[in-house]
Design a protein around this ligand. Structure first.
Ligand SMILES: [Zn+2]
Length: 280
């Protein structure tokens, strides 16, 4: 499933296109899977002014903020750029955009498994939606040590790794990032938040940023059948240290080839990968 690093990669790849006007669009027969009342939305001649992001939501700002089109990629959603209408299976929407000097580009939403979601808002509805999502995006300036200390204090009984998946506290973090973040911070995924001291909370904050930065530098992370960037390219997963790894890569690099087996446990129905050597 695309997480914050993948959605942010897509956002950065799309940024230079906008502002752009939608001169035509086509939708597939399953389009109402994503937005129930899609056919009441008229995209024709609207201008996409910019694209922003909150957590795993990509936010297209339309008509100078009069409307907002939000998309969540679910399990297998992807936005693909091309030079013509995309005639492939599982394409649910293509918009033809007039960009810059009037060149036409085609932006298509493809989603084989159809777990993606879309939202279409007027400005006031968007503000309402935002007010119900108060946790700072983990890449935002407001996601700081004070916020993380407050989370640990007010959710002291909760367990570290499953809590990292809670979108109301850590918008954008998903399963592979959560395992990697615990590992980078040197913290066992089973630790209650209340057991973390000030120094460990600081390490956790640094780990969140450094793991996401590393993933961004690789253009996100692809797993079998999943994420592709807007050019349809897969990303590498060679930067992962424990997630789906047989041996801890940190131990291997730091301890001259030592092969510490990665342990796999199930927490809240999700697999967690960790290294008992590195994480306490
Ligand atoms: Zn290790």
């Amino acid at each position: 499933m695309p997480e914050i690093a993948e959605v942010e990669t897509i956002r950065r790849q799309l940024l230079t296109l906008f502002p752009a006007q939608i001169v035509a669009y086509r939708s597939g027969r399953f389009v109402t899977t994503f937005l129930e009342d899609f056919f009441q939305v008229n995209l024709q001649q609207r201008t996409i002014c910019e694209v922003s992001r909150y957590g795993k939501w990509l936010i297209f700002v339309m008509d100078h903020g009069a409307f907002y089109f939000l998309t969540h990629l679910g399990m297998s959603g992807r936005w693909l750029l091309g030079e013509r209408w995309l005639n492939q299976s599982h394409v649910h929407l293509t918009v033809c955009l007039a960009v810059g000097s009037g060149n036409l580009v085609y932006l298509s939403y493809q989603d084989p498994r159809r777990f993606g979601r879309w939202l279409w808002f007027r400005a006031d509805q968007f503000q309402n939606w935002l007010s119900r999502h108060q946790a700072p995006d983990v890449l935002s300036h407001d996601f700081d040590l004070d916020y993380l200390s407050w989370v640990c204090l007010s959710h002291a009984q909760r367990i570290l790794k499953p809590t990292l998946l809670d979108q109301s506290l850590f918008p954008g973090v998903g399963n592979y990032l959560a395992s990697e973040i615990c590992h980078e911070a040197g913290l066992a995924p089973t630790r209650p938040l209340g057991s973390l001291n000030h120094h460990e909370i600081f390490r956790l904050k640094e780990a969140i940023h450094s793991v996401i930065d590393r993933c961004l530098s690789f253009g996100g992370t692809s797993f079998l059948g999943g994420y592709r960037d807007v050019n349809g390219l897969l990303s590498q997963s060679c930067h992962l240290r424990v997630f789906r790894q047989p041996f801890c890569r940190t131990c291997f690099l730091r301890r001259k080839g030592k092969k510490s087996p990665v342990r796999v446990i199930v927490q809240s129905s999700r697999r967690t990968f960790y290294c008992p050597n590195c994480q306490k």
